[in-house]
Design a protein around this ligand. Structure first.
Ligand code: HEM
Ligand SMILES: *[C@@H]1O[C@H](CO)[C@@H](O)[C@H](O)[C@H]1NC(C)=O
Ligand SMILES: *[C@@H]1O[C@H](CO)[C@@H](O)[C@H](O)[C@H]1NC(C)=O
Ligand SMILES: *[C@@H]1O[C@H](CO)[C@@H](O)[C@H](O)[C@H]1NC(C)=O
Ligand SMILES: *[C@@H]1O[C@H](CO)[C@@H](O)[C@H](O)[C@H]1NC(C)=O
Ligand SMILES: *[C@@H]1O[C@H](CO)[C@@H](O)[C@H](O)[C@H]1NC(C)=O
Length: 320
């Protein structure tokens, strides 16, 4: 075999051996170090969703809640210990985020095929994509090369993840703070075409807001969500009542017909600047899919730890 004869080849070899990426993520990051990574993850995600379709939604949401809190660094996966408080009990996460057992299964399957190579942060990114695809949504190449954090922040999780009481300007500013545009925000919100929400998160919208289809609220929502604070708080309703386990554009169709579940959802179509975008996604799943993919890639780029920063956790639930 001829030796590489130019400095670029040596640089490539050097980077391959040391995992250097100059702070850049790349879609082929694990091509040599873990060639079976994608089928390994896809297999576990596929079985988890076959067992419970909602799990695809839960796994997608994990990636969002990871990325919005100091970047996509696996911080959401860290368990609390007597001496460490992670993000799992932050208000948007407590009794709400799920799928950690599936991430554990994926991590152990990945460790079997290439031990010590693949970060938990990258696993979340691939898992989110595979979930969307499995439920009928668009496919894309996932950028990789993130390292895992050694810390987490309960406070940043509470401050940076938008609550469902947000209005349009609250949402826009929370996304802008992460370098994401209003278009990214609307497209990413289309993730609410799958999954479920708890009564405590939509009670005020169905009882107090006037921008909701009244007969929809009465027949589909009031029966599952008692008016009194504290009663039935964990009762579930689908974020997209029409096709709750299919990744399609019906979330936007719902908004146009005033059938958003969360106050924050309906804010995207409430006489404001994002109405036209919601309308266009409601009539073109191609437009929605295309903007969703771009926005997911942008969200996945939020301040990653790369190169020598962070670590590749052995167990996603704790630092090494
Ligand atoms: C725009 C701001 C957002 C707000 C205010 C918001 C809020 C919420 C709330 C309150 C729930 C229900 C949680 C519960 O009741 O336990 C939820 C569920 C969900 N969110 Fe969001 N979210 C937003 C953006 C996103 C984004 C960007 C994604 C992903 C790209 C996402 C994916 C999901 C999914 C898939 C579920 C269902 C999870 C399941 O069934 O386990 N959300 N969201
Ligand atoms: C999280 O939920 C548990 C169980 O409902 C509750 O006991 C605890 O107080 C909550 N923690 C926070 C920080 O809200
Ligand atoms: C929305 O933003 C306003 C300030 O513009 C703030 O007072 C309010 O608490 C925010 N609401 C939410 C739910 O973030
Ligand atoms: C958003 O809500 C805050 C208070 O929560 C208010 O100050 C602001 O005017 C609202 N913005 C819009 C566009 O409704
Ligand atoms: C609705 O608004 C009223 C008055 O602002 C408030 O007292 C009540 O707690 C709110 N929530 C529900 C579910 O009625
Ligand atoms: C209802 O519960 C929420 C927390 O879920 C709280 O913020 C709000 O103040 C409560 N409202 C009333 C009227 O008790």
């Amino acid at each position: 075999m001829a030796l590489p004869n130019n400095k670029f080849a040596y640089l490539a070899l050097f980077c391959f051996l040391l995992g250097c990426t100059n702070g850049q993520l790349s879609t082929n990051y694990y091509s040599y170090s873990c060639p079976n990574l994608f089928p390994t993850i896809k297999h576990v995600v596929g079985s988890a969703i076959a067992k419970e379709a909602r799990m695809g939604a839960s796994l997608l949401r994990l990636f969002f809640h990871d990325c919005f809190v100091n970047g996509c660094d696996g911080s959401i996966l860290l368990d609390d210990t007597p001496t460490f408080t992670g993000e799992k009990t932050a208000k948007p996460n407590n009794n709400s985020v799920r799928g950690f057992e599936v991430i554990d299964q994926i991590k152990s399957a990945v460790e079997k095929v290439c031990p010590g190579i693949v970060s938990c942060a990258d696993i979340l990114a691939i898992t989110a994509r595979d979930s969307v695809v499995k439920l009928g949504g668009p496919n894309w190449d996932v950028k990789l090369g993130r390292k895992d954090s050694k810390t987490a922040s309960l406070q940043d999780a509470n401050n940076d993840i938008p609550p469902p009481t947000s209005n349009l300007s609250n949402l826009t500013s929370k996304y802008a703070a992460k370098g994401l545009s209003t278009q990214d925000m609307v497209a990413l919100s289309g993730a609410h075409t799958i999954g479920q929400a708890r009564c405590t998160n939509f009670r005020d919208h169905i009882y107090n807001d006037t921008n909701i289809d009244a007969s929809f609220a009465r027949t589909a929502l009031l029966p599952v969500c008692p008016k009194v604070n504290g009663s039935g708080d964990n009762n579930l309703a689908p974020l997209d009542f029409h096709t709750p386990t299919t990744f399609d554009n019906s979330y936007f169709k719902n908004l146009v017909s005033m059938r958003g579940l969360l106050h924050s959802d309906q804010e995207l179509f409430n006489g404001g600047s994002t109405d036209s975008l919601v309308k266009s996604y409601s009539s073109s799943s191609t437009a929605f899919f295309s903007d969703f993919v771009s926005a997911m890639i942008k969200m996945g780029d939020i301040s990653p730890l790369t190169g020598l920063n962070g670590e590749v956790r052995k167990n996603c639930r704790r630092v090494n």
